[in-house]
Design a protein around this ligand. Structure first.
Ligand code: SF4
Length: 160
């Protein structure tokens, strides 16, 4: 059987991610618990992360260590992402969604989202899968109106 691995495949344990970032395992756990990244959970609740998750966490570390932000500040920046533009545009469902009206955090970390997203698998969503670069956060926040950002979601890279 052929398994396709791509940058979204959960291949890294939490220890490997912590080593890559140069932080304690508990710090990675904290970032995940605060909704900055979505870990894949196995049936036994073990966390696994993809290369994309690692890239998101590198961005988080850069915002903390180079830009002086804290977790709350990072969440507020991520709350500015206009996720509705990736989910068919602004409609009444989105207008009633707390992600649209409040500054809680990235949409994937918010409970009680609108009907469109209620049962969605956020790890599969273009909003979560968007390539992130701390140097281009404005591109992320301005959404697909700029530079065709939807094209920034990768397709599978290799097969094993
Ligand atoms: S599916 Fe999840 S990540 Fe996508 S827009 Fe909805 S809440 Fe956000």
């Amino acid at each position: 059987m052929t398994t396709t691995l791509d940058r979204y495949s959960p291949i890294l344990g939490i220890g490997a991610v912590a080593r890559e970032l140069g932080v304690a395992v508990g710090t990675v756990r904290l970032y995940e618990n605060r909704g900055l990244v979505l870990a894949h959970r196995t049936a036994t609740r073990q966390r696994f992360f993809s290369m994309h998750d690692l890239e998101r966490l590198r961005c988080v570390r850069k915002m903390i260590t180079e830009h002086g932000l804290n977790i709350k500040g990072i969440k507020q920046i991520m709350a500015l992402i206009p996720c509705w533009e990736y989910r068919g545009g602004l409609d009444d469902d989105c207008r009633g969604c707390p992600v649209y009206s409040e500054m809680i955090g990235p949409c994937w970390s918010v409970r009680r989202v609108g009907a469109k997203c209620r049962n969605a698998d956020c790890r599969q969503c273009d909003v979560y899968r968007m390539r992130v670069s701390c140097d281009h956060m404005k591109d992320v926040i301005h959404g697909p109106r700029r530079r065709g950002m939807l094209k920034a979601v990768d397709t599978p890279e290799r097969s094993i």
